[in-house]
Design a protein around this ligand. Structure first.
Ligand SMILES: [Mn+2]
Length: 352
């Protein structure tokens, strides 16, 4: 495992240092090249939010752009999509704003990251690596490693040791990764990751860095406690996904994070603040239809009534409960559901 130290001079900007951190953009989600069904595709919403982030980076006060992984939704990417995703990143790099990308679990070797990484000003962390950036009087050390599928809890201890060997005196030390960390929460049931081989031990993050930026968990959150509820010294910031990728995310706000760092001139102490900037998201609604002995006609009516009561932009999932399930599964097709709903709505059945 090799580390390389590269020094990049950033464009001189205003103080403080400002980093835009995003992750889990899942570009290409629900965006088939040759769709077999004509319905509204959610992929356009993901791209619109990606473009909003790109515009935000270009507004002039952002010094660095970090993507915490899952840039794409899967590893086999059509050429046209690659261009749509890469070009805005090239434009940011051309402005003198460093672009740093940490490969996530959806990013395998098929994605031509070397093409991206060969562009001046774009850094892809194919392996654990530390890069040094300078802005005015500030030295920023960014350490990152690509997604580890198995046993990250153990493996991270070695990665950390190697990072440590290359430590330099920096004003701001960032770790970026695409992993679950103890205490991270997901879903409407509020599932909490903890003490698992595939979850990073939050105690291993409490030294050597000033802040941890993380992707992988789609709910925006900041972890500042250990599993015993004790305050930790290094915040772990999840930017969250930029749009809802599943119904488990239906209650979550979506957006990205702006991290600000400044050194206090009187005592040279580092001050870090962050804010979450929201992005537009489509409402999502789960409709449950319970078996109360309705006939098919009444069922259709109940469905129609519930759908009419919703914002026509909603993403809807219908779940039949009880004895209904089998009968409805056999008698109602996705197509007939779509006919009940306005074309601006996404509607399907929940199969779980
Ligand atoms: Mn993801």
């Amino acid at each position: 495992m090799n580390e390389t130290n590269v020094t990049h001079k950033m464009q001189t900007g205003r103080s403080p240092l400002r980093i835009l951190f995003t992750a889990d953009t899942h570009l290409g989600f629900d965006l088939p090249e040759r769709p077999r069904v004509n319905r509204r595709r959610r992929g356009h919403d993901f791209f619109a939010n990606y473009q909003r982030i790109i515009q935000r980076v270009k507004t002039g006060d952002i010094d660095m752009f970090i993507h915490g992984g899952d840039l794409f939704y899967r590893s086999r990417i059509p050429q046209s999509l690659l261009i749509r995703v890469f070009e805005p990143l090239f434009e940011i790099a051309d402005l003198g704003i460093p672009v740093c990308i940490i490969p996530g679990n959806h990013e395998r070797s098929r994605i031509p990251f070397p093409l991206l990484a060969s562009y001046s000003g774009i850094h892809v962390f194919h392996k654990p690596q530390t890069l040094i950036f300078k802005k005015n009087e500030m030295t920023i050390q960014l350490s990152a490693f690509p997604f580890i599928r198995k046993n990250v809890r153990e493996m991270f201890k070695d990665i950390k040791r190697d990072f440590h060997q290359n430590n330099i005196a920096a004003n701001l030390r960032i770790l970026c990764m695409h992993q679950a960390v103890d205490g991270a929460r997901v879903g409407v049931q509020d599932f909490c990751f903890r003490n698992h081989p595939d979850v990073v031990d939050i105690r291993d993050l409490q030294e050597r860095w000033d802040v941890v930026l993380a992707g992988h968990i789609h709910r925006h959150q900041i972890l500042q406690d250990d599993l015993h509820g004790r305050k930790t010294s290094v915040p772990v910031i999840y930017a969250g996904s930029i749009e809802r990728t599943s119904f488990a995310e239906r209650q979550e706000s979506k957006g990205f994070v702006i991290l600000e760092a400044n050194t206090d001139t009187s005592n040279e102490k580092l001050r870090i603040t962050w804010k979450f900037e929201r992005l537009p998201d489509r409402p999502m609604c789960l409709i449950e239809i319970w078996d109360r002995g309705q006939d098919m006609g009444r069922l259709q009516e109940e469905l129609r009534c519930k759908i009419n009561g919703l914002n026509p932009e909603t993403i809807v999932r219908i779940k039949f409960r009880g004895g209904w399930k089998q009968l409805a599964d056999q008698n109602i097709s996705v197509n007939s559901l779509r006919e009940l709903a306005p074309s601006t709505m996404n509607i399907d059945f929940g199969r779980f």
